[in-house]
Design a protein around this ligand. Structure first.
Ligand SMILES: Nc1ncnc2c1ncn2[C@@H]1O[C@H](COP(=O)(O)OP(=O)(O)O)[C@@H](O)[C@H]1O
Ligand SMILES: [Mg+2]
Length: 658
């Protein structure tokens, strides 16, 4: 053998048994292939939209000595008329009319033979494979063509087809290696196997029998820090695609040592599987690496919520949103409570250190009054939590000489303290030189004791009682930060947003997204490498829709997250509802069945999706997707693998042992 492996990478694309005909017409865009029934049958058919490879004639016999200079990649887009077709058709019809035998009995030999078997295939030219400096390259057009074409045409299968659909340019391969090096990984960035090539709904021949399906991979270098769209009608496999992606990314990242955090915005609660005893969920397949969050206490779930006694501003914002959503009568005190600002005083806002200290003391007393109010409304105090604030000796003596709030009070003690203090406020103000209290604290005491300034009854703390479930007494850190740390550690976080108040869900969802963006951007801006994080969003038309402001958090992440190594995967059934600005910046698109021309037309604006317009409307097979990735200059039809928890679990177990 005098061939080098390099030459083989081009020669290996041609499989002699897969010959289907010759090109008989060529231009820069299209080609016509002359084929015949016998060759088609030998190659196990020529499905609509299948890939074909055209190589110089005689190449297959001579390959070993003289590899081809180039191989042209074609896609079958339909049939093509041959000049003799009319006559052949006339002859065929004459022949059929002359048939004297009904089906099943011996046919006249003439019908099966000769000219009748030949026909033309219309093809689009997708590109040219060639070698440059020993590396396989794919140009997305042809450079030149011969008017007397004489190219042998093959339908690639198995490994040859895999080489076609998984082609990655030397530049992108180098970029992937570079990124792997930056991340401290040995070798290349991984690829994620997500499905197998499938051309048509009927797949008896091209995928049936002993045909080994050709695996299609999504390159990590295409997927990470990029945008991926998953489109398709309801129940055509979008969520399955997301699950498959999550698990394959998890599996691959484990094997390669590359940490990739993944967070799923699960609007329908279908990833978290709270109800079905965990069978077949991602959480069950990767138990040690999956964290589930919910807004209501549920076994197996963390609370998305915050601790109102610790995250003061966040808790107050939540209460404000919940109260405002309920159309209850608002007393003047409640109104004042809703518009309170609990942010800490900042040093630079004050002229002197003394003034700042004074404001800080006032602020702390206000917080204490608020915490006491929460406790009075039945919000559980965190374990060992004490309400603490400064009160000078003069005030202490007037209110209750036996306790010093600076040492920390129980909720009951604090309640009693404010109850004693409220009626003697005027005295206290004189005692302390007017700085012991501010109007906000006065309002909080009114709510606590259910009396307004005029001494009339108000519902006060009772208004806060219905929302106790939104408070998480056991949490010590902000839930956003906790989630971010999980992502940095390469975990899967499932945010089950199927329960709880809709306004709060949306707000918390956004807040978490904001936190992720801010922190990853911060890392990027400080000159370091942000962690790789993938954010999956279902029903994406709701958050990156046409009418969203591009400055909102979701569009911002979709637009600018790449810098901070944030990848977004968004799923929706409405291509047309996605903000055009975001869609046109989406690097990877996976589409399954769509049921109307409007959506198809929207999609047909992108790449060569138009080739699949008919098949997308016609084929309703679940998980049958047409996929355009960043690395591939053309669309590839793929059957997405089914997320198979049992298989995935076995793999995970092997991975752990290995
Ligand atoms: N690639 C696939 N292969 C086999 N079955 C699938 C595939 N994708 C989805 N399914 C099944 O089809 C049903 C609907 O899929 P789903 O992913 O929930 O659709 P969507 O999210 O688009 O509404 C589910 O029962 C799922 O298990
Ligand atoms: Mg779904």
């Amino acid at each position: 053998m005098n061939t080098t492996p390099v030459q083989n990478s081009l020669a290996a694309l041609i499989q002699e048994g897969q010959f289907i005909g010759w090109t008989c017409q060529f231009d820069y865009e299209k080609a016509v292939v002359l084929t015949c029934d016998l060759w088609k049958a030998r190659a196990r058919g020529v499905p609509h939209n299948c890939f074909l490879l055209a190589a110089p004639a005689g190449f297959s016999q001579e390959a070993k000595e003289k590899p081809p200079d180039e191989i042209i990649l074609l896609r079958v887009t339909g049939s093509a008329l041959l000049p003799a077709d009319d006559e052949t058709l006339q002859a065929k019809i004459r022949n059929l009319k002359a048939r004297q035998f009904p089906p099943g009995e011996t046919e006249p030999a003439a019908v099966a033979g000769g000219d009748f078997q030949f026909g033309g295939l219309g093809c689009r030219i997708l590109g040219t494979f060639y070698l440059q400096e020993g590396k396989l390259r794919l140009g997305s057009d042809i450079e030149s063509y011969f008017h007397a074409p004489h190219l042998e045409v093959y339908r690639p299968t198995g490994t040859a087809l895999e080489a076609v659909v998984n082609y990655i340019s030397p530049e992108r391969a180098a970029a992937a290696r570079e990124e792997a090096r930056r991340l401290g990984l040995p070798g290349d960035l991984p690829r994620f196997p997500i499905g197998t090539v499938r051309y048509t709904s009927t797949d008896r021949l091209h995928r049936g029998g002993d045909c080994e399906p050709s695996v299609f991979h999504l390159n990590a270098v295409d997927f990470l820090a990029r945008r991926t769209a998953v489109f398709g009608m309801t129940r055509t496999g979008k969520s399955n695609t997301v699950k498959q992606l999550v698990s394959v990314v998890m599996r691959t990242s484990r094997d390669s040592g590359l940490k990739i955090g993944q967070i799923i915005y699960d609007l329908n609660g279908e990833y978290a599987n709270a109800n079905q005893q965990d069978q077949g969920s991602i959480a069950e397949v990767f138990p040690g690496d999956t964290l589930r969050y919910r807004m209501l206490p549920t076994p197996g779930f963390q609370l998305i919520l915050n601790n109102f006694f610790v995250q003061i501003e966040e808790g107050h914002t939540t209460l404000k949103g919940l109260i405002e959503a309920n159309k209850i009568h608002r007393t003047a005190d409640l109104e004042a409570f809703l518009s309170m600002d609990f942010s800490e005083p900042r040093k630079e806002e004050y002229n002197s250190d003394g003034e700042f200290q004074r404001q800080f003391g006032i602020h702390n007393r206000k917080i204490a009054a608020y915490q006491t109010l929460l406790a009075r409304a039945g919000y559980e105090l965190p374990a060992n939590f004490k309400i603490t604030f400064e009160a000078n000796a003069g005030i202490r003596n007037k209110v209750n000489p036996s306790v010093d709030p600076a040492n920390g009070l129980t909720a009951t003690q604090a309640g009693e303290w404010f109850q004693l203090a409220r009626p003697i406020q005027d005295e206290l103000i004189t005692t302390s030189g007017a700085d012991w209290i501010d109007p906000d604290t006065n309002v909080l005491m009114n709510l606590l004791l259910q009396r307004n300034d005029q001494g009339a009854y108000i519902p006060g703390f009772r208004v806060l009682q219905p929302y106790r479930d939104y408070h998480a007494p056991n949490r010590t850190t902000d839930v956003c930060d906790e989630i971010y740390q999980h992502l940095v550690a390469g975990k899967i976080v499932i945010l089950d947003l199927s329960v709880g108040d809709p306004v709060q869900r949306e707000r918390l969802g956004k807040r978490i997204a904001q936190h992720i963006l801010r922190h990853s951007m911060g890392t990027f801006n400080s000159g370091q490498h942000a962690p790789h994080i993938v954010i999956y969003v279902e029903e994406a038309h709701n958050i990156i829709g046409r009418n969203e402001l591009l400055t909102d958090i979701w569009p911002t992440i979709a637009k600018e997250g790449a810098k901070a190594r944030l990848a977004t995967v968004y799923a929706t059934q409405e291509v047309s509802s996605i903000h055009p600005n975001i869609l046109s910046n989406t690097e990877n698109i996976l589409v399954s069945h769509l049921n109307n021309e409007n959506e198809i037309n929207e999609l047909a604006k992108y790449y060569d999706f138009r080739d699949f317009s008919k098949s997308l409307i016609r084929a309703q097979n679940v998980g049958f997707a047409r996929v355009k990735t960043l690395s591939n200059p053309f669309v590839i039809p793929v059957q997405i693998d089914r997320f198979d928890p049992e298989k995935e679990r076995q793999r995970a177990a092997v991975g752990k042992r290995g």
